[in-house]
Design a protein around this ligand. Sequence first.
Ligand SMILES: Nc1ncnc2c1ncn2[C@@H]1O[C@H](COP(=O)(O)OP(=O)(O)OP(=O)(O)O)[C@@H](O)[C@H]1O
Ligand SMILES: Nc1nc2c(ncn2[C@@H]2O[C@H](COP(=O)(O)O)[C@@H](O)[C@H]2O)c(=O)[nH]1
Length: 221
Amino acid sequence: MAHDAPSPDTTGTLARRGLMFILSSPSGAGKTTIARMLLEGDPHIRNSVSCTTRAPRPGEVDGRDYHFVSHAQFDRMAEDGEFLEWATVFGQSYGTPKAQVKAGLKEGVDYMFDIDWQGTQQLYQKLERDVVRVFLLPPSIAELRRRLTGRGTDTPEVIHGRMERARSEISHWDGYDYVVVNDDIDRCFEQVQKILHAERLRRARQTGLIGFVRELMQPDD
Ligand SMILES: Nc1ncnc2c1ncn2[C@@H]1O[C@H](COP(=O)(O)OP(=O)(O)OP(=O)(O)O)[C@@H](O)[C@H]1O
Ligand SMILES: Nc1nc2c(ncn2[C@@H]2O[C@H](COP(=O)(O)O)[C@@H](O)[C@H]2O)c(=O)[nH]1
């Protein structure tokens, strides 16, 4: 008699635990662009929407791009332990709300985090086994400046501040599992997508594997 295999999960593979996919880079290197491309093409990964005290940029939507909160609201949330991690970046507060992520991971949902190196370290300390850390580098400093300027969302002062900080951001490249140079956008996307696909197949994440292999090893009738 044939044995029934455990049911596959929504990614068409065995049941598995979700992962926390972190994209970091100096400001302007392209992590938001790559994150959007991944999220658009892959229904199995959700965006972790951060809280921030900075003002929305043109086109940004509250609740989709960020939860835009006041400094007082942010401080209260931090005191109440509502963040998985939080940090001050460019003089503003940014934090990852706890609520959305923990339950989803158990159900096999992956989450995308567009966060800086400080947040990455905090998530790694708390949830090392669930975390995949990817760092994007710009092809050059001149190109990074062109991208920040070309984005057209920030004042020259803001761009200056972000360029000033770029070298110190880049110095954290070795705290990541993967480093990808974002030169050609399609090639970068393809490389990041391959990392996500391979990480989903890690043995430790595939919670359905033991039952499945046990079934495979049953003697034939
Ligand atoms: N490979 C690429 N080639 C050319 N332009 C790119 C490339 N990747 C991203 N860009 C452009 O560079 C600008 C900055 O990209 P993006 O906003 O994704 O950066 P970011 O790393 O998320 O920045 P921040 O940390 O400030 O949010 C955008 O205008 C985007 O369209
Ligand atoms: N530690 C965290 N860093 C975050 C979070 N959300 C965003 N960020 C990082 O902040 C800078 C600036 O972002 P911007 O949208 O204002 O350009 C960038 O490096 C983001 O990755 C967070 O929740 N925690």
